[in-house]
Design a protein. Structure first.
Length: 310
């Protein structure tokens, strides 16, 4: 859906993106990560031409991006940033409706879309549509920022550190919400972050940048299990790479098919990491796991987890 072919970009003679190739398929959740100054925001902004590239080609649905009018491109892509940028004197409804209004949608269609989006972000439409940004918490403002970016049902959602300014609990709740929104909407999402845990949680594909080049791209599992070099190992967390790997795998996949043992049963979505944590806290070496129907699925053994290798 979006393709970067040998992209280069310089600011006053300094190369900040260097021979970059990247392919983003429809429906992917791509997370761009890397140290500060590695070119993450620049890469994102080239997609909706807030920055123009000076070498190579960017294709959108097979067409060179320069063929599109900038306005058309921006209307087709939602854009959400850390500082939210809600208009302070506009209600939530009017803020969300910014792009639909520019597109000339009818009043009814806009009202319906606002209701839908508030519901998607678990905010009661009647309670929130008339509020002003200062009457919302930081996390709620951020939800409205993302709802606004999604308002006109864009093909692509671009997000630059959208949760950067939030406290850890709100941030974590919004990450889970974003994961759900991606799953239900099937949108193509490209997000910049410097938080590796956020990337591991959300991405279908992680792109790790350093000095304007792709160091490695792949699924969270690929980056953790087969890091391309020491830079990747350090970036994903040298000391807790194994633990992070466990958090990507469901416990039920490793459960032995045997009758339930004495003691509690863990829910079906339990990861291996959570199972290890549970067994450690409760001083046990095996624990039951349920399947999605709530039936006994099998027994996870600590020894199997440590023997499986990563
Ligand atoms: P990141 O998002 O990874 O922190 P950026 O893409 O923002 O990195 O920046 C990459 C490099 O380009 C940095 O060295 C930054 O200082 C430089 N840069 C970004 N925007 C501009 C600009 N408008 N003018 C000059 N240099 C810029």
């Amino acid at each position: 859906m979006i393709e970067f072919i040998q992209i280069g970009k310089s600011y006053s003679g300094t190369r900040v993106i260097d021979g970059l190739n990247l392919s983003i398929a429809r429906g992917e959740f791509v997370v761009i990560i890397g140290p500060s100054g590695s070119g993450k925001s620049t890469l994102l902004k080239m997609i909706n031409r807030m920055e123009d590239h000076d070498e190579g080609k960017i294709l959108l649905g097979g067409e060179e991006i320069y063929k599109f009018k900038v306005r058309e491109l921006r209307l087709r892509m939602g854009y959400a940033i850390q500082s939210v940028g809600l208009f302070p004197h506009w209600s939530v409804e009017r803020n969300i409706a910014t792009v639909p209004q520019m597109l000339g949608w009818s009043k009814d269609k806009i009202a319906q879309r606002v209701t839908e989006l508030l519901q998607l972000f678990q905010l009661d439409p009647e309670q929130y549509r008339g509020r002003y940004p200062h009457q919302l918490s930081g996390g709620q403002q951020q939800r409205i920022g993302v709802a606004r970016a999604l308002a006109a049902d864009p093909d692509v959602l671009l997000m630059d550190e959208p949760f950067g300014a939030l406290d850890p609990a709100t941030r974590s709740a919004l990450q889970l919400e974003m994961k759900r929104v991606h799953q239900v909407s099937g949108k193509t999402i490209v997000m910049v972050t410097h938080d590796i845990d956020e990337a591991l949680l959300l991405a279908t594909k992680i792109v790790l940048l350093d000095q304007g080049r792709v160091v490695q791209q792949g699924s969270p599992l690929q980056l953790l299990a087969a890091p391309a070099n020491d830079f990747v190992v350090d970036f994903v967390g040298r000391s807790d790479r194994g633990i992070k790997l466990l958090s990507l795998k469901p416990a039920v996949a490793l459960a032995r098919a045997q009758a339930a043992v004495a003691g509690p049963s863990l829910p079906p979505e339990t990861t291996l990491r959570e199972a290890v944590s549970f067994m450690t806290v409760h001083h046990i070496a095996q624990v039951n796991v349920l399947d999605s129907a709530g039936q006994h699925a099998g027994v996870v053994h600590a020894a199997d987890i440590f023997a499986q290798g990563t």
